[in-house]
Design a protein around this ligand. Sequence first.
Ligand code: SF4
Length: 393
Amino acid sequence: MSRFDLRVLETAQKVPGKPRHKTREVKVGDKIFGGTNPIWVQSMTTTDTFDVEATVKQINLLEEAGCELVRVTVPKPEDAGALGEIKKRIGIPLICDIHFDYKMALAALDHPIDKIRLNPGNIGSTDRFRQVIRKAKERGLPMRIGVNAGSLERELCEKYEFPCPPAIVESALRSIEIAESEGYHDIIVSLKSSDVLVTVEAYRLFAQLCDYPTHIGITEAGKPPYAVTKSAAGLAPILLDGIGDTIRVSLLGDPVPEIAACFDILQATQRRVRRPEIIACPTCGRLAIDLEKIIAELEQRLGGSRLPVKISVLGCVVNGPGEAKEADIGIAAGNGQGMIFRNGEMVRRVKEEEIVDALMVELADWESKNQHRIPKENGKDATGLGRRKLSLV
Ligand code: SF4
């Protein structure tokens, strides 16, 4: 007889993971946001938008890193004037970021862009917002209603005393109602704060009330590496709750590292699995093999592999066999040898210098037997990993 109430365990979900929050689909260029579509990775340029050469160069670098949509700021008429040329020279959807001046939003909408982002807290009167909505509707273009805790409407700050999650959500809902009253529904919403707790609760609250797709991020996260950790701390609970249809990690300086950070967060939360997951121990005095060398060689040999497979390589027999059993392919080292596990079963032993070769043989075997787990559609990634595969909708 346990002093704990074990009935809780009997009814608990064995396979962890929540399904994606069901959102409506909104088209942005060649990407569809929401529904069961991928959580798209985006970034923003740091150049003067009117400097076409510098802006295109930075966008090309972002594209090479895997960026799937890009945003540029449009504070002046010459920035709007550069949009057509920029659009011609890039391969991903172009988003215009507008603050304060609704006339710049109207000007941007005269150019071949794919989406516009407005901040309802600083765009001025409702009438101005409506003018932008009408023009976006006429052009058939989607809009991000980008609420930011730092520029919330004064009235909402007074009502809630400070930019708390309900204040942020009410701001978004008010803008949505205005847009809907114009018959406009091509909406994506963001509810950002530089405070992780405020941001997470704002997205959770919004998801209870609304099914528009969301752009998720922790705004002004600061300088890496802390900014990456802070973003992961905020984005992980949102993603694990099934919320989020596009993601940006905001880093001070060069935007290119934002892309790897976004994909790492999506990989770790198993919302977009784009490479094998390697489980390796930190090593300690019990280490029985040269684990760092083995992992470096394994990573190099895996190259651009997109397989959603979990590979565990542990340095001794303490946790090695246990972890290896939970992975698709595993190694537990001991006495200069590696015990190879496949789907939880120990299949053979190899010498230390043969471990990486043996793992590659197992990987080829896993691939041939797990074709059903490998997305076939162009650009699609797996959701969920390895033997503890998530049951995602
Ligand atoms: Fe140390 Fe073994 Fe744990 Fe690795 S698996 S950290 S070598 S005890």
